[in-house]
Design a protein around this ligand. Structure first.
Ligand code: ADP
Ligand code: MG
Length: 516
């Protein structure tokens, strides 16, 4: 008999993934991927019907004859029709969820190899082992994106034990280093998403007070500031736009320069190819590049921090919003916890110090920006911790006002604690009526440009219908409808964007993984 395997905590990041578990001794173990890394770049490279992943896939990005995918997490939940074949390979549209599934299959393979090596799993049983995982998602993810994440896990051959918010997971890891409870603010600036969460945490507990963020804000946007500058200088100095075959090089150079600027006040960029050689010096701060002999008043040509002001303002706005939503001021916050690789940029720490009026502790023993989310998910999976999360977006239904005009009434409001988030009420409804369910904020139907989340079929009531909506810890909306003394459990039937899970699983399992 094989002993029960530990449940994995998987941080399925936009740019990097990390896998860990809590061992029998209660300590967290980070599982190295098949290339030996603690984190795995979220990159999938297709060579015909074969796929490779991580650093190996990243190294092949320059091969323009094959398809390579990055940042697909940003398209989770977007209906395939809107992406017009963006994720199509050999005639099959994997959608973002299919690529997540492939990546998860690769991470699963790494975990299986680890379990075998650690003596937790017999080599003969490796093929058929049931691997369970808790997968993390941005707090700001909507119901459809959460559901697709769960389905991606299933298509990858994982048993998905739960979905948990990334900042909550980071807080659990941080909380484990504490002796008593604190109110903390988790600032998670990853590669493609940004989340801010205020919560109460301590050893073995996390209770979220408020959470907000942006899907489309992350380190990638800072890369693009540098990319734009390189492209502009290329055109100006070499007399033509950057040729297609150099685009990857520009992206790499921008990324490396950004990272270099976290450690040094200046970084060099060198681009060789196409129309000639381009050499640039980038400065971190305005004023840093002054040298004797330069005309007075001339700032550096490229000052990274000055150009980042708009992005920093976006971060600041969300930061202030979350505090307001939590009903707290900076004085109530005991600690600011940084997560996400892009939080390493010095301008982030400085902005937070200015906003909060305090010095920040940037390094903490036992807490790493890169592994904290995965370890927190593993702690949650091992039930070492109790979590109270909140509703990320209000859930409402469409009703008619006295004049017969439709409006949206919020039933579960944003930031209500889960699992207490339950709404119940009675409505007069016609036979076979459908309730349109919306996710987001606002009372007008036009406040929901993506349309309804889904519908709730009411059946054939003889009198008033009692509708009950609730949200589980993973953010999935449950519904039940009762009338004539019967209760019917319902799941909300999503509009569009829903995947055919069995087809997707079959396709994902048919791809040959090229393992290192
Ligand atoms: P995700 O959660 O999106 O997978 P991570 O939290 O791992 O991402 O953060 C990845 C982002 O952090 C990338 O944009 C990466 O370039 C950036 N990053 C990593 N290290 C540094 C650094 N030293 N300085 C600035 N940015 C960094
Ligand atoms: Mg992340």
């Amino acid at each position: 008999m094989t002993p029960q395997l530990p449940i994995l905590g998987i941080d399925l990041g936009t740019t990097f993934c990390c896998v860990s578990y809590v061992g029998a001794d209660g300590r967290a173990v980070v599982v190295r991927d098949l290339e030996g890394g603690e984190t795995t770049p979220s990159v999938v490279f297709f060579n015909g019907s074969q796929a490779s992943f991580g650093r190996r896939a990243n190294a092949r990005r320059h091969d323009l004859t094959n398809r390579v995918f990055r940042f697909f997490k940003r398209d989770m939940g977007v209906p395939a029709a809107r992406l017009s074949g963006k994720y199509q390979v050999l005639g099959f549209d994997y959608q973002a969820a299919g690529l997540q599934a492939l990546l998860l299959r690769y991470l699963r393979a790494g975990a299986v190899a680890h379990f075998v090596q650690a003596g937790l799993l017999a080599a003969e049983a490796a093929e058929t082992a049931v691997i369970e995982a808790v997968i993390t998602v941005p707090a700001y993810f909507q119901e459809g994106q959460r559901r697709e994440t769960r389905q991606a896990g299933q298509a990858a051959g994982l048993r998905v034990a739960g979905i948990i918010n990334e900042p909550t997971a980071a807080a659990l890891t941080y909380g484990a280093t504490l002796e008593k409870e604190q109110t903390i603010l988790v600032f998670d600036l990853g590669g493609g998403t940004f989340d801010v969460t205020v919560m109460r945490t301590g050893p073995g507990r996390a209770e979220v007070r408020a959470s907000n963020g942006a899907f489309e804000l992350g380190g990638k946007d800072w890369d693009e500031l540098i990319e734009q500058y390189i492209k502009q200088e290329y055109r100006q100095r070499l007399g033509r736009p950057v040729p297609d075959e150099l685009v990857w090089q520009v992206q790499d150079a921008a990324l490396q320069a950004k990272i270099a600027l976290s450690d040094a006040p200046q970084a060099q960029v060198r681009l060789d190819g196409g129309a000639g050689v381009l050499e640039l010096t980038l400065d971190r701060a305005a004023g840093a590049g002054f040298a004797f002999g330069k005309p007075a008043g001339a700032g550096p040509a490229f000052a990274f921090e000055s150009r980042s002001q708009d992005l920093l303002t976006k971060c600041r706005t969300i930061l202030q919003l979350v505090l307001t939503e939590a009903g707290l001021g900076w004085n109530d916050i005991d600690e600011i916890v940084l997560a996400g690789g892009a939080s390493r940029m010095p301008m982030i720490g400085r902005m937070l110090a200015q906003e909060s009026g305090r010095a920040l502790t940037l390094a903490r023993p036992g807490f790493s920006y890169d592994t904290a989310i995965s370890i927190g998910a593993a702690r949650y999976a091992s039930q070492q911790t109790a979590v109270t999360d909140v509703v990320a977006h209000s859930i409402g239904i469409e009703l008619l006002d006295d004049a017969g005009r439709p409006f949206v009434e919020a039933l579960l409001t944003k930031n209500t604690p889960i699992p207490q988030a339950v709404f119940e009420d009675s409505f007069e409804a016609d036979a076979h009526a459908t309730l349109k369910v919306y996710e987001g904020e606002g009372t007008a139907v036009r406040d929901y440009p993506r349309g309804p989340l889904g519908v709730l079929q009411l059946g054939n009531p003889a009198g008033p219908v009692r509708v009950r909506l609730s949200q589980d810890a993973g953010g999935v909306v449950q519904a039940s409808v009762s009338y004539d003394g019967q209760t019917v459990e319902k799941t909300i039937e999503p509009f569009g964007g829903s995947l055919n899970l069995s087809e997707l699983s079959r396709r994902v399992q048919a791809v040959r993984l090229e393992l290192p």
